[in-house]
Design a protein around this ligand. Structure first.
Ligand code: ATP
Ligand code: BTN
Length: 329
């Protein structure tokens, strides 16, 4: 796809086919074809007769040059792709992973048409406002070696946001990035989706997907069935390219450490940033619920709950953690 056309439209102003054609040195018919391709990708374009085409608002597009200028660690990856629209960046990396590669790859997208959370839940992924990316990272010691990985990734993002001045960011076991908005649980700023392929007892490929809300608008909130927030709504100013580069740098640093040492060295820092620590919570298991006081995670990254029967540890899997409301418990 020709990024040059979308770069013209990124200012949110109207541009006629003629103007875009002369700026890019191609015919109006060629511009029209490209606009049709953008529409086919579900990129939201407004067209008004006599005025031309525009995006609904000005956006800062991701750009590899700008990412690199902000310290994006492209040397850590065999490939770093930047796409305008994909179904899911995790799907994209899973198909690379199925080739049994032993290199690291990553993909960033401006939007996803089928962004996913855990258990196939939808992840809202509007165009050019948030951050959606997936990293393919090979692990040589099988599935056992990745216990606690989603916690390590969350911590990398939390470190980055903190460094960039985003206030009150916390973590929720096992895969959520939250911001303390005064509610019992906090509002969801981002999430992590980890998927695996390969030999679960030996060399396996892990796809780590990250969705982070940078600008979540009122119309988005009507489509999300829980409290959500974006970095912009917290009053922070940022460049999407600078923020992305910083996050990926922190992520690589943590993944390199995690690959050799596992979760244990990160346990204390994760617990210090646990949004639910010391709070009454319920853990929703496939066929039952357990209530207790959130007691942080152990060195393996398992959730510890202080229950009526003593301290119990739980593995991430088909379980969901929720803060208890005042009237529960
Ligand atoms: P659990 O604790 O059960 O894993 P979860 O909140 O982490 O719950 P997931 O299945 O991991 O749920 O994530 C998908 C959920 O995230 C959706 O059900 C929706 O409520 C919410 N969601 C979807 N898009 C966004 C978004 N852009 N920002 C915040 N939350 C979103
Ligand atoms: C969660 O539910 O909390 C996890 C959400 C993960 C969303 C990201 S966006 C990039 C990557 N691609 C996907 O389809 N999902 C992850």
């Amino acid at each position: 796809m020709n990024h040059a056309l979308i770069e013209i439209l990124a200012d949110g102003q109207f541009h006629s086919g003629e103007e875009m054609g002369s700026r890019l040195g191609i015919s109006r018919a060629a511009i029209w074809k490209q606009l049709q391709k953008l529409e086919a990708m579900n990129i939201p374009l407004h067209s008004v007769k006599g005025k031309g085409y525009r995006l609904p608002e000005a956006v800062e597009l991701l750009n590899l040059e700008s990412l690199k200028a902000h310290g994006f660690p492209s040397q850590k990856f065999t490939s770093s792709q930047l796409e305008l629209s994909v179904d899911s960046t995790n799907n994209r990396m899973m198909s690379v992973a199925e080739g049994n590669v032993s290199e690291r790859h990553m993909v960033l997208a401006e939007m996803q048409t089928a962004g996913r959370g855990r258990r196939g839940r939808q992840w809202l992924s509007p165009f050019a406002r948030n951050l959606y990316f997936s990293v393919l990272w090979p692990f040589s010691q099988g599935i056992a070696a990745i216990q606690g990985l989603s916690l390590a990734v969350g911590l990398a993002i939390q470190r980055s946001l903190k460094e960039q001045g985003v206030p009150h960011v916390g973590l929720k076991w096992p895969n959520d990035i939250l911001v303390n908005d005064g509610s019992a649980c906090g509002a969801k700023l981002g999430g992590i989706l980890i998927e695996l392929t390969g030999d679960m007892s030996d060399a396996c490929q892990v796809v780590i997907g990250v969705g982070l809300n940078l600008d979540i608008q009122a119309k988005d909130l009507t489509q999300i069935d829980q409290q959500a927030a974006g970095v912009k709504q917290l009053g922070c100013q940022f460049s999407r390219n600078a923020m992305t580069a910083n996050i990926v740098r922190h992520l690589c640093e943590v993944l390199e450490q995690f690959s050799s040492q596992g979760f244990a060295p990160l346990q204390q820092e994760w617990n210090d940033n646990d949004a639910l620590r010391g709070k009454p919570v319920k853990l929703i298991l496939p066929s039952s619920e357990i209530q207790g006081i959130c007691a942080g995670v152990n060195a393996k990254g398992e959730l510890q709950l202080q229950t009526a029967e003593g301290l119990k540890a739980f593995n991430a899997g088909e379980v969901s953690l929720r803060a208890l409301n005042e009237h529960e418990g």
